[in-house]
Write a protein that binds this ligand. Sequence first.
Ligand code: WQD
Length: 341
Amino acid sequence: MKKILITGGTGYIGSHTVVELVNAGYKPVIIDNFSNSSIKILDQIEKITRIRPEFFDFDLCDEKATLEFIHQHPDIEGVIHFAAYKAVGESVEKPLKYYRNNFYSLINLLEAFTSRKVNFVFSSSCTVYGQPDKLPVTEDARVKKAESPYGNTKQVSEKILQEVASVNKNLKAISLRYFNPVGAHSSALIGELPIGVPQNLVPFITQSAIGKRGEIVVHGNDYNTPDGSCIRDYIHVIDLAKAHVAALKLLENKIYSQQYSVYNIGTGRGSSVLEVIQAFENVSGVKLNYRIGPRREGDIEKIYGDVSKAEKELGWKAELGLNEMTSSAWAWEKYIQKNSL
Ligand code: WQD
């Protein structure tokens, strides 16, 4: 059973990926410092998979601890690196917090694997594209000036990976550029656990629907889109988790000769804010309390991915739609309330 290290493995996407790795017959090992998650998620993963993953709580920014850990685990064959700060707004207020954390953790991991083979999957983001000139956006689209320090850490981290993989033949790496991850596991035992007031659309919708938040503000309906609200490529977190397993399998494939590659991970379809609201109301039967407000600083108008490269080379394609995304998010919100998670 191949041992795979998942950094940030108790986080939103990390925890769903741990479940899919177990389903695919891998042995997951998690490193997490709970800066944006809860240890309770380990219990939830165990409830779903019947396996409690090996777990280590330390900060990957600690070079000594990271080097020692990797040295003590010579049987780790792959890494899926999620551990990073990801709040766009906070990154603008505290850039050094983001640069230190997101770069030091990646550099320490790469340093630790310098002298041995490793398959490395990196959690990147469509945020590297900014507002693409052409849609759907392809992986070779121009990477624009980052709109935030968070987005900059993703752009530079991709560059670091590409450059290290080009000189260190022990490292084979793939960056997955996520579009907008939403939804929760079908068991409703794991999902997104935003800390504080959710910045993202779907967790705010579910918290408003359950009465934890007030009215939803739609940030602008005067964009150049069919209904005036912004368009995004929302992808179910289960589909996204499966894409990480597909990327790992490709890196393990002896025929695969690339040192570094990038894949868009989305559905290839755009949905507007108002369409997401409509989908949620349809599946939940809950009438949402929302109003149209001003545009949000830093929002791009529309983006959705060309996902043909992932379909062709990863053999992966998103299967779940907005209804499953919104219904699973709603089931998870109700589970959180009932179990005071
Ligand atoms: C989606 C749309 C909002 C909340 C962010 C990060 C990105 C990535 C995914 C990490 C926008 C609108 C939202 C609300 C609203 N994260 N909205 N009312 O901004 O596309 O992407 O998450 O990689 O880096 O930037 O996602 O969910 O915040 O917003 O109208 O209360 O919903 O204006 O048009 P976004 P989001």
